[in-house]
Design a protein around this ligand. Structure first.
Ligand code: 5GP
Ligand code: ZN
Length: 113
């Protein structure tokens, strides 16, 4: 299995999990870009956002609500946070298994670089 996030999901590579369900897991980013930086990752391998189908709508909805729940659990629901899916080269996607970034704990610039 060559996909890094499939290997984390399979338990072959350790990660600091913060939540998991039947559909996805959430773990700390190894190179955090904010005091709280979590990746919410579907157990199903989907390479990019371009590969989503209508059958994934509930999955993506649940991932998004999990991001909000994790932000709230860490006390960032009122101060704010950012969620991001990077897609392909111009967005800097490095791992081709979709993942929702949750960033919180500092003021985040807009527009992003
Ligand atoms: P992308 O640029 O594809 O949207 O984000 C990939 C993210 O995965 C990056 O923020 C990077 O720090 C994170 N990452 C890469 N390798 C690992 C790893 O082995 N473990 C964890 N927890 N995060 C990783
Ligand atoms: Zn994968």
């Amino acid at each position: 299995m060559s996909c890094l996030f499939c290997r984390i999901i399979a338990g072959e590579i350790p990660a600091t999990k913060v939540a998991e369900t039947e559909q996805f897991i959430a773990f700390r980013d190894i190179t955090p870009q904010a005091p709280l930086h979590v990746l919410i990752v579907p157990r199903k391998h989907i390479s990019t956002l371009n590969d989503l189908t209508p059958s994934d709508d509930a999955l993506v909805g649940a991932m998004t609500r999990e991001a909000a729940a994790i932000a709230k659990a860490h006390g960032y629901d009122t101060s704010g946070y950012r969620t991001v899916f990077n897609c392909n080269q111009d967005a800097g996607q490095a791992v081709f298994h979709i993942h929702l970034h949750l960033l919180a704990g500092r003021s985040l610039a807009w527009p992003p670089g």
